[in-house]
Design a binder for this molecule. Structure first.
Ligand code: AMP
Ligand code: GLY
Length: 421
């Protein structure tokens, strides 16, 4: 098979790594890819949000399957363009991608499906939004209605903070994404991510993970794209996963199908779990980043079989074979992230680290600098390891972190603390 992966972060490096484990893969191209991906696959520079360009590229390269990593091309309908041109695609239609692209859409679907989630209201003007906040009190959660790269959520612990948040949302800072604001009830509990594959008909739970969103140890400080993750998530016990499947995910998928926009791809349900009861925080229409890295580390070659079965509508014929193992990824970031940070600092020692099936460094944002790599983003490396226990996976991941020579790199030392304590 000739396979094209769209995207260029740590998630796509992990997808590429897993796809290459499978002998079915004859040729792999990643667009745009990154310096780490270029070590294992061909990289191509195309505009991945331009459906026509992706279709032309796929035709020219006799691609058999396109795996779409990030949300932007999905929301732009690149999956529809590819399917229209006859390609097999892993990833939902533009209409189904609304589950991530529009907070209001997700809330409406949950209400129609009876899926438990936070109470909510939506506003397109600051005045009524502030009145609503005064009537509800704090803590309360304010969200930009559209895609804001994970930065459009304010969890306000006081009314003052919430009112200031409304001004910020309507200031134009979030562009189109902030034209509508969703205000939600604050939910208490422990968060975890539940990943479900769906081919439009059949749904198959594919794994669980937890990430650490805050920059600081002990889960403190500003939010980031994710500072580390591990799989499985102990809080998502079999009983909780079953409830999440039957009470949240399956009703959502049924509602999508009933509306004529069946879901195909991986549905990532962000859950808040309290006393064994899951409620939906949000949906994403793609793998999480860095959650994908730990899932791929555990799935290996079968990841491609699963994604192909989704694209071909054959999910009912397949199952996920989980080993009794654990994986952890520690995200190394540039000093200053998530604020302003320097690019171009040199990372040494990566070439000498033999990638193996138990320890691997996925690149999130690197470029080549002669024989070395250089930091090219905020989140730069995803140092990932597998083990028979979570503790063993953690020890192996941090052992690998110590072997990386990058004085300007920063990382949290406590990834997995909730599960390990
Ligand atoms: P989201 O982008 O919707 O996942 O929100 C980002 C983060 O904000 C989530 O991972 C939660 O930690 C937090 N959050 C979002 N909505 C709520 C809520 N209703 N109650 C409590 N925390 C929330
Ligand atoms: N790690 C969170 C996300 O991918 O949305």
């Amino acid at each position: 098979m000739n396979i094209l992966i769209l995207g260029g972060g740590g998630r796509e490096h992990a997808l590429a790594w897993a796809v290459l484990q499978n002998p079915k893969c004859d040729r792999l191209i990643v667009a745009p890819g990154n310096a780490g991906i270029a070590e294992i696959a061909e990289c191509a520079t195309i505009d991945i949000e331009d459906g026509a360009e992706v279709v032309d590229f796929s035709e020219a390269n006799a691609i058999d399957l396109v795996i779409i990593g990030p949300e932007a091309p999905l929301a732009a309908g690149v999956g529809d363009d590819l399917r229209g041109a006859g390609f097999l695609v892993f990833g939902p239609s533009g209409a189904a991608a609304e589950l991530e692209a529009s907070k209001r859409f997700t809330k409406e679907i949950c209400d129609a499906a009876g899926a438990p989630t936070a109470g909510w209201a939506r506003f397109s003007e600051a005045g009524p939004a502030k009145d609503y906040i005064r009537s509800q009190g704090a803590p309360i959660v304010i969200k930009a209605g559209g895609l804001a790269a994970g930065k459009g959520v304010i969890v306000a612990m006081s009314e003052t903070e919430a009112l200031a948040g409304i001004d910020e949302m309507f200031s134009g800072k979030f562009g189109e994404a902030g034209a509508e604001v969703v205000i939600e009830e604050f939910m208490e509990g422990e968060e975890a991510s539940f990943f479900v594959l769906c081919d439009g008909e059949t749904a198959l739970p594919m794994g669980t993970a937890q990430d650490h969103k805050r920059i600081g140890e002990g889960d403190t400080g500003p939010n980031t794209g994710g500072m580390g993750a591990y799989s499985p998530a102990p809080v998502l016990t079999e009983a909780v996963a079953k409830r999440a499947m039957y009470e949240i995910v399956l009703p959502t998928l049924a509602e999508m199908k009933a509306r004529g926009t069946p879901y195909q791809g991986v549905l990532y349900a962000g859950l808040m779990i309290q006393d064994g009861a899951p409620r939906l925080v949000e949906y994403n229409v793609r793998f999480g980043d860095p959650e994908c890295q730990v899932l791929m580390m555990r799935l290996g070659a079968q990841a491609l079989d699963l994604m192909q079965a989704v694209a071909e509508g054959r999910l009912s014929e397949i199952q996920v074979n989980w080993a009794e193992d654990h994986a952890m990824t520690v995200v190394m970031v540039a000093e200053g992230y998530p604020g302003s940070y320097e690019k171009g600092t040199i990372i040494k020692g990566l070439e000498t680290l033999e990638a193996n099936s138990g320890q691997i460094v996925f690149h999130a944002g690197t470029s080549r600098n002669g024989g070395d790599f250089a930091a090219a983003g905020g989140r730069v490396l995803n140092v990932t390891a597998r083990g028979s226990t979570l503790g063993a996976a953690r020890d192996a991941a941090y052992e690998l972190v110590k072997a990386i020579d990058w004085p300007e790199g920063r990382y949290r030392r406590d990834i997995g603390w909730r599960a390990l304590d």
